[in-house]
Design a protein around this ligand. Structure first.
Ligand SMILES: Cc1cc2nc3c(=O)[nH]c(=O)nc-3n(C[C@H](O)[C@H](O)[C@H](O)COP(=O)(O)OP(=O)(O)OC[C@H]3O[C@@H](n4cnc5c(N)ncnc54)[C@H](O)[C@@H]3O)c2cc1C
Length: 394
């Protein structure tokens, strides 16, 4: 069996940034994954990023290849703030980044990971097996899609999660109910409307909290004082998240988890408002109670806070109900390894160097947000993670 010291699994913003930093330090490693796959295959057609241009970089050492440079090289309009970045541009940028900084990427899937003495055994979908002393998992959110239990009884072709957003433009003439009020829900609703579907959005929130567009021109002193601009949006809680992930790491578990859960709740982008409001039926303040098939269509039962029942009929239901990191969802983790991992609410408990309780096994990206705060849920956090992990492994 082949042996290597360090293996990175995942080729999104986190895996690629960690690889670029290790490469610069001349630390040998192997990296596996499909480059930018979450962004090319799992974002709705026509989507734009929620993060501003300056917060949508991929990180090489010295921030050598920011999105602004890629856009300048390809004559793509770019602004640090106020000009939404298309997912298509972000994917092309990511592929260019990968070719420049991570040419050794191997496009293969990890199917099994187990501990064997002081090392790890890894198996890949093409049959290759290897051992490694250190493994960094940067596999993103894909395994952690959260599906409401109320939809469990529906036939599989009548319900999907926003993660499977590939064929959204193929629902022309059909009635689709989108559940949720975050960016994914409204982005999917916009794509469905463009494909001539009849769309209803159902959410238990009383209002849909669209982000406000960034102010044009100079910001007032008051705005700068009370709402400082950060890569996670304006405000002091976001400033603390960006500047202090190590301080957040030092907080007691309960306080840390509460902060991560509460800060930056569901909020669609300002630029999808006009595409959806007035075009889709919005049902706010409504909680899903159950779903069944009736006369060949889906019948959704929900209730308002007042107790009033609301029944909706649909050809398809799209659950844009977010993600919840839970290590039990990682099918490649052996039961033995899973059993040895110290977890907090089914998320990995990590050291200040992103190392789990199993020596040599590291987690980066959204799986590390419960340890380091909301910054790690976004591409913007990859700079912090890559620097720290590369220094530690070097
Ligand atoms: C719809 C949507 C919109 C978003 N918009 C934004 C935004 O505007 N700005 C922002 O900063 N964040 C956004 N996010 C959050 C985004 O997920 C993270 O910012 C970022 O993608 C996390 O990077 P990552 O490298 O951890 O994971 P990902 O980008 O998800 O990459 C995961 C990588 O792991 C690989 N992989 C997974 N499993 C395996 C396996 N078993 N074997 C080998 N490889 C594997 C995949 O192929 C992929 O290469 C959005 C998320 C969603 C779902």
């Amino acid at each position: 069996m082949a042996h290597t010291n360090i293996v990175i699994v995942g080729a999104g913003p986190y895996g690629l940034a960690i690889a670029a930093h290790l490469h610069a330090r001349r630390v040998p490693f192997r990296i596996f994954g499909s480059p930018m796959l979450s962004w090319s295959a799992h974002t709705p057609k026509g989507m734009h990023l929620k993060s501003e241009g300056f917060a949508s970089n991929l990180y090489a050492p010295g921030d050598a290849f920011p999105l602004s440079r890629y856009c300048a090289d390809h004559a793509i309009p770019y602004a640090d703030v106020g000009l939404p970045v298309s997912a298509e541009t972000f994917v092309e940028y990511g592929l260019d980044f990968q070719r420049r900084y991570v040419p050794n990427l191997e496009d293969r899937q990890l199917v099994a990971l187990a501990q064997s003495g002081a090392a790890f055994d890894l198996a890949f979908d093409d049959g290759e097996r290897l051992t490694a002393e250190t493994v960094v998992l940067a596999t993103g959110l894909g395994a952690h899609a959260r599906m409401p239990a109320e939809l469990a009884g529906l036939p599989r072709d009548r319900v999907s999660h926003s993660w499977q957003c590939g064929g959204l433009d193929q629902h022309a003439g059909r009635q689709v109910v989108v559940i949720g009020s975050g960016a994914s829900a409204l982005d999917c609703a916009a794509t469905l409307l463009q494909g001539n579907a009849e769309v209803s959005v159902l959410t238990r929130s009383d209002v849909i909290n669209f982000h406000s567009p960034p102010a044009d021109g100079r910001r007032s002193l008051r705005e700068m004082l009370f709402w400082p601009r950060t890569g996670l949006g304006p405000g002091w809680a976001s400033m603390a998240s960006c500047k202090g992930p190590r301080l957040i790491h030092a907080l007691p578990e309960r306080t840390r988890h509460d902060f991560v859960r509460r800060h930056l709740g569901p909020a669609p982008c300002w630029f999808v408002r006009d595409q959806v409001v007035g075009h889709a039926s919005l049902h706010t303040g409504v909680s899903l109670a159950g779903a069944e098939m009736a006369g060949g269509r889906v019948q959704l039962h929900s209730t308002r806070a007042t107790g009033e029942a609301v029944v909706l009929h649909a050809d398809h239901v799209l659950a844009a109900t977010g993600f919840e990191v839970d290590l039990r969802n990682l099918a490649f983790l052996s039961p033995g390894l899973l059993g040895r991992l110290r977890m907090e609410d089914h998320k990995p408990a990590l050291s200040s160097n992103f190392e789990s309780s199993v020596r040599g096994l590291h987690f980066a990206g959204p799986a590390s947000a419960a340890s380091f705060g909301p910054l790690l849920r976004f591409a913007y956090g990859a700079r912090f993670a890559a620097r720290r992990i590369a220094r530690h492994l070097a």
